[in-house]
Design a protein around this ligand. Structure first.
Ligand code: GLU
Length: 428
């Protein structure tokens, strides 16, 4: 029991702290400087335009009332309505949501989506809440933020510990408030409620395409490559599934409680079958469980952190054995760790590039909802793959051309359009 508790604490490592936002701001500053933009542009883009904090009272199943804190952050809407997911997690902070919103602006920039960045979060632990409590919390959150969101203002989506069911409740609540049907208010909905085919796998598919393209530059074929995936939730489980289907050897996976590592490859279909709705699976293998921290430093060719922030840090970056790190999670590598990996010649495919398949297919969903015309899964997959391949090469070319690391290159590509837009609008 004690060991279990320690593992849980270990897995929920420091969530995004002010330093995560500060690190992001520092790279934004460098990117704008390289691109020749003014100090005023940096001053505007380093912080979000709007931060809304809400308190949400929820009647719990035992009759008591609990009051939850939630946030919705809109980084910048110069390139279109803001867009980004909502996370339910006990470690959510305002600083974290601000950094996540900023990253959404950068993703939209890299993929040329007609959006700015937004993000939401509620401080809660959905793993300890009933479906009824989660529904009341989701609806309460939408009522609390309804004034500032909408299909042409700010479009939410799933993120850590939220899913298509949560999106369905939020869509329903928003449509009731507005008194008209508004599917394009939110993406990541169930398919029968206007969700896009392929949205559930989109982030994972994008990550795998990005990994494949990055691996090619190192003459590594994904089929047969040894890969570790940290996290088995919305993103990690699909990454593991797709990698396995493509013949890669997934040698390690993890959930919030611990990790499994097997040099000859894990039986991914079996693990997918046994995991619960929060991606928990390691509890079935008590004796073989290692810590998340240990998993990251095990031998592999490609490491894919697909859980939460700050996992690769100054204290473990030197022990990472992978030659390629593909960041499926948002912010898994600290700034210091990026420097260490870069110095060691490890190729990083940064989060704002690698995991933007999710928001890209969210964009497809919004387009389909607005048109009332729905695409086949093949169409979604084809367009996503095309956009991901182009984006990866754009970032790698920028890194080569400007002699900068891939993270700074991604920020340069991501911020350029926004910097131009705020200038053209006369904001700076
Ligand atoms: N939460 C995802 C992200 O961090 C998806 C956002 C979206 O689909 O709008 O990119």
């Amino acid at each position: 029991m004690k060991a279990q508790k320690r593992l849980i604490q270990g897995a929920n490592m420091p969530s995004a702290s002010p330093s995560l936002l500060e690190a992001t701001q520092e790279i934004i500053r460098q990117a704008l400087e390289k691109l020749g933009y003014s100090e005023a542009t940096y001053e505007l883009l380093r912080e979000p335009l709007r931060v809304l904090t809400v308190r949400i009272p929820v009647r719990m199943d035992d009759g008591s009332v609990r009051v939850f804190t939630g946030y919705r952050v809109q980084h910048n809407d110069a390139t279109g309505p803001t867009k980004g997911g909502i996370r339910f997690h006990p470690d959510v902070t305002e600083e974290e949501v601000k950094a996540l919103a900023l990253w959404m602006s950068l993703k939209a920039g890299i993929f040329e989506l007609p959006y700015g960045g937004g993000k939401g979060g509620i401080v809660c632990d959905p793993r300890t809440m009933s479906l009824g409590e989660l529904e009341r919390l989701s609806r309460g959150y939408v009522r609390a933020i309804s004034q500032i969101v909408g299909p042409t203002k700010d479009i939410p989506a799933p993120d850590v510990y939220t899913n298509a069911q949560v999106m369905a409740w939020m869509y329903d609540e928003y449509s009731r408030i507005r008194e008209y049907d508004s599917p394009s208010f939110i993406s990541g909905k169930p398919i029968v409620l206007g969700g896009s085919k392929g949205r559930d796998k989109a982030t994972g598919l994008g990550v795998v395409v990005a990994a494949r393209e990055a691996a090619k530059t190192r003459n590594i074929d994904l089929a047969g490559a040894k890969v570790i995936v940290q996290g088995f939730g919305n993103v990690g489980s699909h990454v593991a599934e797709l990698l396995h289907a493509q013949g890669a050897k997934v040698v390690g996976i993890s959930d919030a409680n611990g990790a499994l590592y097997k040099p000859e490859g894990l039986d991914i279909p079996y693990l997918l079958d046994r995991r619960d709705s929060f991606g928990m699976v390691t509890n079935l293998f008590q004796d073989e469980v290692i810590t998340n921290a240990d998993l990251l430093t095990k031998p592999c060719e490609i490491l894919i952190p697909a859980a939460i922030e700050n996992q690769i840090r100054e204290d473990n970056a030197d022990q990472i054995q992978a030659g390629i790190v593909v960041e499926a999670a948002n912010g898994p590598t600290t700034l210091e760790a990026t420097r260490i990996l870069d110095r060691r010649g490890v190729l990083i495919v940064p989060d704002i590039l690698a995991n933007a398949g999710g928001v890209t297919v969210s964009y497809f969903e919004w387009v389909q909802n607005n048109q009332g015309l729905y695409w086949t899964e093949e169409e979604v997959t084809r367009r996503l793959e095309e956009m991901m391949v182009e984006a990866v090469h754009k970032v790698l070319d920028t890194a080569r051309h400007h002699q900068v690391d891939t993270r700074l290159a991604a920020y340069m590509v991501g911020i350029r359009r926004l910097a131009e837009a705020v200038q053209l609008r006369g904001w700076v």
